[in-house]
Design a protein around this ligand. Structure first.
Ligand SMILES: NC(=O)c1ccc[n+]([C@@H]2O[C@H](COP(=O)([O-])OP(=O)(O)OC[C@H]3O[C@@H](n4cnc5c(N)ncnc54)[C@H](O)[C@@H]3O)[C@@H](O)[C@H]2O)c1
Length: 298
């Protein structure tokens, strides 16, 4: 008899969390996905179905799962207590300190003492969240890139208390997703976003102050620098609300005005122009979530 599937809990199934759920399912895990918003859970199931339908094209080497199998492997719920039996939980809720802090306190009460937690955050140090639990040695940062199921590497943040065993467990698990772990230190924004959010902000300022068109700014990165995506396309993919929250956290943490979010970004978020997730950001976004995300992230 085949061994039971390994079960991973995923809390927060928004822009990145949905793609993390899909990544685990297509790589043979069972996922219990929790979100306070039923629409986000429904969208996650839709993303799984669409991704699975095109799986050999999306992720060469992986075979499409029978539709019923893919559906069965994803359990969606609004109840946090459903995570009690997971071997590991990945947290991807909104980038707000108070919300994450309260969730870690709640998770700590629900999860068995041996269960580890992966913090998927753009900027908040892992050690701060680990300190809200009674298991800091089992808390580790996993900064998944978006969309997770298309990416071959992950930024792994080792908190001061993260144990060798926890780090080794996470590297093994990420290996099963076909991902290499790049281990970095635990400081606001880590390596990726400490740097990238400076050029996102500056790219937006170039549109705001110089009147340059988004396509032109992105073309410089793509055609001249050889990047797969430009900074404004990437910001649209991440979600401009998350980019703004991340810049605000970095600004507060480093007290460095280089991270002060420019007014155009604030205006766009206030107007609900959040990028791909709302259908409009620096670009118009149409089409199905999976097809769109996949096409644009290649
Ligand atoms: N967007 C990206 O590309 C990206 C990449 C890597 C990491 N991150 C990080 O991942 C996290 C999520 O980012 P996002 O862009 O997906 O945000 P999002 O706003 O798109 O999604 C957040 C989701 O969390 C849910 N949520 C909020 N509070 C909750 C709670 N207490 N319990 C359960 N669900 C809750 C919301 O309903 C929403 O569906 C953030 O910390 C962000 O910095 C984002």
């Amino acid at each position: 008899m085949a061994p039971p599937l390994r079960t991973i809990g995923v809390v927060g199934t928004g822009c990145i969390g949905a793609s993390v759920c899909v990544d685990y399912v297509i790589h043979g895990f069972r996922v219990i996905a929790v979100d306070t918003d039923q629409t986000a859970l429904d969208d996650t199931r839709r993303l799984l179905r669409e991704t699975n339908r095109f799986l050999p094209a999306v992720r060469p080497g992986l075979d499409r799962l029978p539709a019923a199998t893919a559906d069965e492997r994803l359990v969606t719920t609004t109840e946090l207590t459903a995570l009690a039996d997971c071997e590991f939980v990945v947290e991807n809720i909104s980038e707000r300190w108070e919300a994450k802090r309260d969730l870690y306190r709640a998770l700590d009460k629900i999860l068995p003492a041996g269960t580890g937690i992966g913090v998927n955050t753009s900027s908040i140090p892992v050690g701060l969240l680990a300190a809200e639990t009674t298991r800091p040695e089992r808390v580790v940062g996993i900064h998944f890139m978006n969309p997770s199921y298309l990416k071959d590497a992950v930024e792994v943040m080792r908190g001061a208390a993260t144990s060798d065993a926890c780090l080794a467990y996470v590297q093994e698990m990420l290996g099963r997703l076909g991902k290499q772990s790049v281990v970095v230190g635990d400081f606001p924004g880590f390596v990726s976003n400490r740097i990238s959010h400076l050029f996102f902000n500056e790219a937006i300022r170039t549109v705001q102050d110089q009147g340059e068109r988004p396509e032109v700014v992105d073309d410089i990165f793509k055609k001249c620098f050889g990047h797969t995506m430009g900074p404004l396309e990437t910001a649209d993919l991440i979600g401009l609300d998350t980019v703004l929250l991340t810049l605000e956290y970095l600004h507060d943490s480093y007290r460095d005005d280089r991270y002060q979010a420019c007014s155009l970004l604030r205006e766009m978020v206030a107007a609900g122009r959040l990028g791909r997730k709302s259908g409009r950001g620096f670009y118009e976004h149409r089409g199905t979530a999976a097809a769109d995300t996949t096409r644009n992230a290649r």
